[in-house]
Write a protein of this length. Structure first.
Length: 678
């Protein structure tokens, strides 16, 4: 009886402390801006089942993923063992045997998964201590926090088996033959007196429950808070609910806004603060970040950890001030400390602008994150805070913003020459035709860049050969707004977007084809935010459809080896990996793959406005990618993006390989291989 009373008091105390910490952390989230993440319950549950429960993203890294799956699934199954121990602690001799025929398989699975978890915890501990991958080579609190958690997990397993084994030796329990691991462990206690086995049983029982309850209450103070928060973070993610990679607009007409973007935690949404709680510090995001890999200061993991650190620093003070008078808050916490915390901000005191401007918005970090953290949204919001509130941005962007305002292009070209690439090609303007089925959105690079104009002309020739009724906007086309938006200048971006939408809606545009993945992303996903609803297709997809329909015929002769570089905004943002590869298979004798390809492709370095910024730190991103392409031995590097073409071409020249290796767009490859129309 005394045992049950003591256990009940310990259990109630532990659960009360856990409830207090849970309430505290939830209250901190309320400081974030509103964000409606409560719709589409069916899709959100599906995301939880596939990603959180099914661990699909964890398994993108097979070895580490398998260890995590063993521990995760083990703990799901072993919740029943914990519940059974709690029941037994409150009511001696009670168990889950009332489940009847379900009980033997249940305890068999408990032993099986208990063994899996124990093995995974031991391997993970050894890996952390002696063979850590680069992304886990950390020191200080993070390292020892992980080791403590793994040690606690191992303790939970050892004490569970010890409790079961001694329980069996005391002749207690039902269907003990199903506990095959515990039965083996029980052999260690054979020959002991009943009194000694009782001592061991109590030791293992209390050790098990203290480890479980201690683990539970340590989580709110650990990076392993994700054990609790990750399922919620996955549920509240917008995967399958919102256009992938589309940035949220700022309501610039809202006169109540006193600042734009984000400089501190209250400027972020509650979901972005939840991202901070959920970061596992696994480093997968950092390991695939092109900026970090080439020696830049940016570390996506650090960005999210800094959000968490600032939340835990500032939120208690803000709540303290809001919950009572300012004077009482000063007395309780100390005036100086409160002022210092409130005067600090996430931007500058935690995250530097140097980190933010290194981002290429390639979204590799988001792709690899196993718990659905949205790094790019936070980075762009902080860029907005810099640009819109303080006019702080790299000096070279001054000319870029000025060009976008005056010439409607990031480069210093006159707007009146935007359609000069089409001279002599008999390409109609939307203003002069009424039967155009497709608008060819040329884009700034396609209209002005001397190299990429050849791609524009090649694609236009192919559409004419296929009998496609298309037209262009000519000088009515302006920059799609992507560069300004990713660089944080939302005001300028919206100005360009709204003007383009007005123009295209005037011509009742329904379908658009473009050679630029950045235009594909903006026109197809983000223009919908401004009443621009269009079907937008990338030219590689469009060309593949024309070939399949027989409107373009490829000659049987095969060309040299061609390797394809996946543009981030075509692949990770829009999921197109097959069309360009299928085309290359038709025109080339061989198509090798780079070691990082498809959804694991490495960025060219030009996205997120980096096209117009210099690299002052480390190795150039485009050189890293070019070296990877050259290592395949291919004669030609295929691209499907004007930015990628520029960056890879510059990389090939820098490696003195321009005479041996060509850089060509998919449209150029098709034009070279197409059978001339009779």
């Amino acid at each position: 009886m005394l045992h049950s009373i003591i256990f009940a008091l310990v259990l109630i105390g532990a659960l009360a402390f856990f409830a207090y910490n849970t309430k505290r952390l939830i209250s901190y989230l309320q400081l974030g801006k509103p964000d409606n993440r409560f719709d589409n319950i069916g899709q959100r549950i599906k995301n939880v089942l596939v990603i959180a429960i099914g661990q699909s993203k964890i398994l993108r890294e097979p070895f580490a993923g398998l260890l995590h799956v063993m521990i995760f699934w083990g703990f799901i199954v072993l919740l029943s063992a914990v519940i059974e121990s709690i029941i037994e602690g409150l009511i001696p001799g009670a168990s889950l045997a009332f489940l009847g025929p379900l009980y033997p398989p249940l305890i068999w699975f408990q032993d099986l998964f208990g063994a899996f978890v124990a093995v995974a915890a031991i391997v993970s501990l050894l890996r952390r201590l002696f063979f850590p991958p680069k992304r886990l080579q950390v020191s200080g609190h993070s390292k020892w926090d992980a080791i403590l958690i793994l040690a606690l997990i191992l303790t939970v397993m050892v004490t569970m088996f010890g409790q079961n084994a001694t329980h069996m030796d005391l002749g207690k329990g039902e269907h003990n033959e199903a506990r095959f691991v515990s039965s083996w462990v029980s052999g260690l206690f054979h020959g002991m007196s009943t009194e000694n086995v009782w001592v061991w049983y109590r030791f293992f029982f209390w050790g098990h429950m203290i480890a479980v309850l201690g683990f539970l209450n340590y989580l709110p103070y650990s990076k392993h808070l994700h054990v609790i928060s990750s399922t919620f973070n996955v549920y509240f993610s917008n995967l399958g609910l919102q256009p992938k990679g589309a940035l949220k607009p700022i309501n610039l007409a809202d006169e109540t806004l006193t600042k734009y973007g984000a400089t501190d935690i209250e400027d972020l949404t509650w979901k972005q603060l939840l991202d901070g709680y959920t970061c596992t510090e696994c480093g997968r995001c950092t390991s695939v970040c092109p900026a970090n890999a080439t020696g830049k200061l940016l570390d996506p993991k650090k960005i999210i950890i800094d959000v968490r650190a600032r939340t835990l620093e500032k939120a208690p003070v803000m709540i303290e001030v809001k919950g009572g008078t300012a004077e009482s808050a000063k007395r309780r916490n100390g005036e100086t400390a409160n002022q210092e915390v409130l005067e600090h901000q996430l931007l500058d005191n935690f995250i530097t602008e140097q980190e933010l401007w290194a981002c290429t918005t390639c979204m590799a970090c988001v792709q690899e994150c196993p718990v659905m953290i949205e790094h790019v949204d936070t980075i762009v919001d902080l860029r907005r805070g810099l640009v819109l509130n303080e006019s702080r941005f790299p000096a070279e962007l001054t000319a870029t913003f000025n060009n976008l305002e005056r010439n409607f292009t990031p480069w210093n070209f006159g707007h009146s020459t935007r359609a000069d690439w089409a001279k002599g090609m008999d390409i109609p303007l939307m203003s002069n035709t009424k039967d155009a089925e497709v608008l060819f959105w040329v884009g700034c690079a396609g209209a002005y860049d001397s190299r990429y104009k050849k791609v524009t002309q090649s694609f236009a020739k192919l559409m004419k050969m296929a009998g496609i009724k298309f037209a262009i906007l000519g000088t009515e086309e302006k920059c799609n707004g992507d560069p300004a938006r990713r660089m944080g200048n939302e005001y300028l971006a919206q100005m360009l977007i709204q003007e383009n939408v007005a123009t295209m809606n005037h011509y009742n545009v329904k379908k658009i084809v473009t050679t630029c993945p950045h235009c594909l992303q903006s026109l197809g996903k983000e223009y919908k935010q401004f009443n621009g609803n269009y079907e937008v297709v990338h030219h590689t997809t469009f060309l593949m459809n024309l070939i399949e329909q027989g409107k373009l015929k490829i000659a049987p002769e095969k060309k040299d080896s061609i390797v394809f570089h996946d543009p981030c905004y075509l692949g990770r943002y829009n999921g197109e990996y097959d069309a360009p590869r299928n085309i290359i298979d038709m025109v080339s004798s061989e198509r090798p793959e780079m070691k990082r390809s498809k959804d694991k492709s490495f960025c060219c370095g030009a996205g997120g406005g980096r096209m117009w910024m210099e690299e002052h730190e480390g190795k150039r991103v485009n050189i890293e990618r070019t070296e990877e392409a050259l290592a395949t031995g291919a004669n030609t590097i295929g691209t499907g993006c004007p930015f990628c073409m520029t960056m890879i071409t510059d990389g090939v020249k820098a490696k003195d390989a321009a005479e041996k290796v060509h850089v060509k767009d998919i449209a150029e490859l098709v034009l070279e291989a197409v059978v001339p129309q009779p």
